[in-house]
Design a protein around this ligand. Structure first.
Ligand SMILES: [Zn+2]
Length: 176
C-alpha cells in the first residue's frame, strides 16, 4: 500500500440560534399537536384557521386554567421577549449571547412567574423553531404548543429562532 493522504480536515461549523421577530399568523400551522384536548379538535382547528386568514373575526382568548400553555399571558410574554431580543441585537449580541441577555434582564420586565417562564421558552435555546428551508415542507422542529396558544390569544408578533452554521474561527455565518 502506498501513502494514503489524510482526507483534508473539514471545518466543523458551530450551530447558533438566529433570532427573528415574526408575525404569528405567518408561521406554519401547528398541526402536529396530539394533546391536550384543549389544543386540538375541529372547533379549535377552525378557529385557528380563521385566525390566520381573518383574525378580526375571532375573539382573542384570554389566559385560562386548562393547561400551562393557555395559562400564560402570551401577549405580555411575547412583548417582553421581542423587547429583550431587539435590545440584545441592538447591543451587537448574537447566538447564545442573546439568551444570556434575556435571562439577565428577566426580573426587570415586571412579569409573573408563568410569563417569565414563557419569555425563556421564546428567547432561549429550545425556542420556537419553524423549518423555513426553501423547499422544505412547512413544519416545526420545536414550539407548536407555544405557537398554538399565541394564535388562540391573538398575539400578533413573537420570537422564533433558526439554527444556522457559523465558522468557529471567524464567527461569521456560513452560507450554503
Ligand atoms: Zn389549554
Amino acid at each position: 500500500m502506498g501513502y494514503m493522504p489524510e482526507p483534508s480536515e473539514s471545518i466543523q461549523p458551530v450551530y447558533e440560534p438566529v433570532y427573528e421577530v415574526v408575525k404569528v399568523v405567518r408561521l406554519p400551522v401547528p398541526n402536529e399537536i396530539r394533546e391536550p384536548d384543549c389544543m386540538i379538535g375541529p372547533k379549535v382547528w377552525v378557529r385557528r384557521r380563521i385566525r390566520r386568514l381573518a383574525p378580526w373575526l375571532v375573539p382573542r382568548q384570554a389566559p385560562r386554567a386548562c393547561c400551562w400553555h393557555h395559562q400564560v399571558d402570551w401577549r405580555q410574554a411575547a412583548g417582553a421577549a421581542i423587547r429583550l431580543v431587539r435590545q440584545a441585537q441592538a447591543a451587537g449580541l448574537h447566538g447564545e449571547r442573546i439568551s444570556d441577555y434575556a435571562v439577565e434582564r428577566l426580573d426587570e420586565q415586571g412579569l409573573g412567574n408563568r410569563e417569565q417562564d414563557a419569555v425563556l421558552a421564546l428567547a432561549c435555546t429550545g425556542g420556537i423553531e419553524p423549518n423555513t428551508e426553501p423547499n422544505a415542507e412547512w413544519r416545526y422542529f420545536e414550539g407548536q404548543h407555544r405557537v398554538a396558544a399565541q394564535l388562540d390569544q391573538g398575539v400578533r408578533q413573537t420570537v422564533v429562532q433558526r439554527r444556522e452554521p457559523f465558522a468557529p474561527a471567524t464567527g461569521l455565518p456560513i452560507r450554503q
